[in-house]
Structures are given as structure tokens and as C-alpha cells.
Ligand binder design. Sequence first.
Ligand code: HEM
Length: 223
Amino acid sequence: MKGYYARKVHSLLGLVPISLFLIEHAITNFAAYEGGQEGFRDAVRKLNDLPLIFFLELFAIWLPLLFHGVYGLYIAYQAQPNLGHFKTERNWRFVMQRVTGVIAFVFIIWHVYTTRFQITLGNVTHDELGGWMHDIVTQPGFFIFFLVGVIATTFHFANGVWAFLVSWGITVGPRAQRISSYVCLGLFAIVTTLFMMSLFAFRSEEFADTASVITTTLQTMIG
Ligand code: HEM
């Protein structure tokens, strides 16, 4: 019974606040595409000017992500390998939800270490983040890791919302579940596109001018 409640909390946190954070994050980053260096700087400033930002991050991002990630790994580890029955789409999605969860876990640890944690350490300021991102995503290995990490995370998010609606009894019949499949596919396409456009924007020359100042720090940090 204890496991039942832990699973429900895990499922609910995946939707609120984590999915909401992911959508907000995709929109903030998209400012890099839409408004370039200045637009992105303004978007980051606006967020960080929010009152009680530390507690907002702690309770709306870090703690929910930590629980969802660690308990999610436990669930993935416990799941019965069902590869013999890999034929149906649902089974395929069940397996992919676990695979993408593990990739997202590794990606997010790396990503938070190379962004938010470096701000805490004082190696980069919020205003320098655009150039900092440019330095990361112009390195081919990191760029590919970013692409894989983002796609795994957005798949995990969209398929997770679909599964949430089923497991909480919101989409019950086959028709409702089919319609929600299309809606979640649309969500996946929109959020992935927003992230991709920002990734390509950060690679552009526009973000290079501030990058040189911090390249040395980044190189020593990530070898
Ligand atoms: C194009 C893709 C992405 C870019 C360019 C990007 C960029 C950034 C940047 C610049 C920060 C530091 C923000 C700040 O401290 O003001 C950050 C933080 C963060 N990112 Fe991403 N990110 C991307 C995708 C993702 C994805 C897919 C996730 C999955 C959940 C994610 C999770 C996080 C988290 C948890 C933080 C820490 C948030 C905080 O403490 O305020 N990011 N990201």
C-alpha cells in the first residue's frame, strides 16, 4: 500500500510541477531564437527577479525532480522486461518510457551541473549564460548529447502525460485514449521544436561575442 501512494505522488509530480516547468523552460529558451542575445538575457533576468526565487526553484523544480528521478529509476529497475511481448504499440511505449527516463536522468544531472550549478559556484553570471550556452553547444559531442537528451526528455514528458491521463482514469475508453495520443504527439512536436530552435540559435555567431571571456573557465571545467 505504501508503494501505491509513492507511485501516485511520483505520477502527480511528473505533471505538476515538472511538466509545467519543462514547458516554461522551452519558452524561456526560445527567447534566444526570437530575441537573440538581448531577448534571452531579458527572459533569464525576468525569471530570476521573481520573488523568493530560491524557494520557488527548491519546491517547484529541484525537490520534485529529485523524487521523480530517483523513484522513477527504482520503478524502471523493477519493471519486468516484457520484450517477448514487444509487438503492441503500448508495450513499445512502456519500454520507451523507461529508456527515455534513464537518459533524461543522466542528461539533467549533466545539464544542471554545467548551467545552474556553475552559477552557484560563481563561474558564470546570469547575464553571461547566452555565451556560456554557445560554448557548450558548439562542441560536437555536447551538441549531440544535448539533442539526444532533449528528445528523450520531451518524449518522456509527452508519453508521460498520456499515461497519466490513463492511470488517473481521465481518458477511459479507446476513443478518448486515441484522441489524447494525438494531443500528446502535438505537445511533443511543439515543445521539441521550441528547444531545438533555441539550441540552433545558441550555436549562431550572435552568441559568440561574449563567449570568449568564459571559454577558458569552461574548458578547464569540462576538460
Ligand atoms: C535546448 C535545450 C535546453 C537549453 C538551451 C537549456 C538551457 C538552460 C539554462 C541556460 C539553464 C540555467 C538557467 C538559469 O539558471 O537561469 C538551465 C537550467 C535548467 N535546465 Fe535546461 N536547457 C535545455 C533543456 C532542458 C531539458 C530538456 C530539461 C529537462 C527537464 C532541462 C532542465 C533544467 C533544469 C532542471 C535546470 C535548473 C533550473 C533552475 O534551477 O532554475 N533543461 N537550462
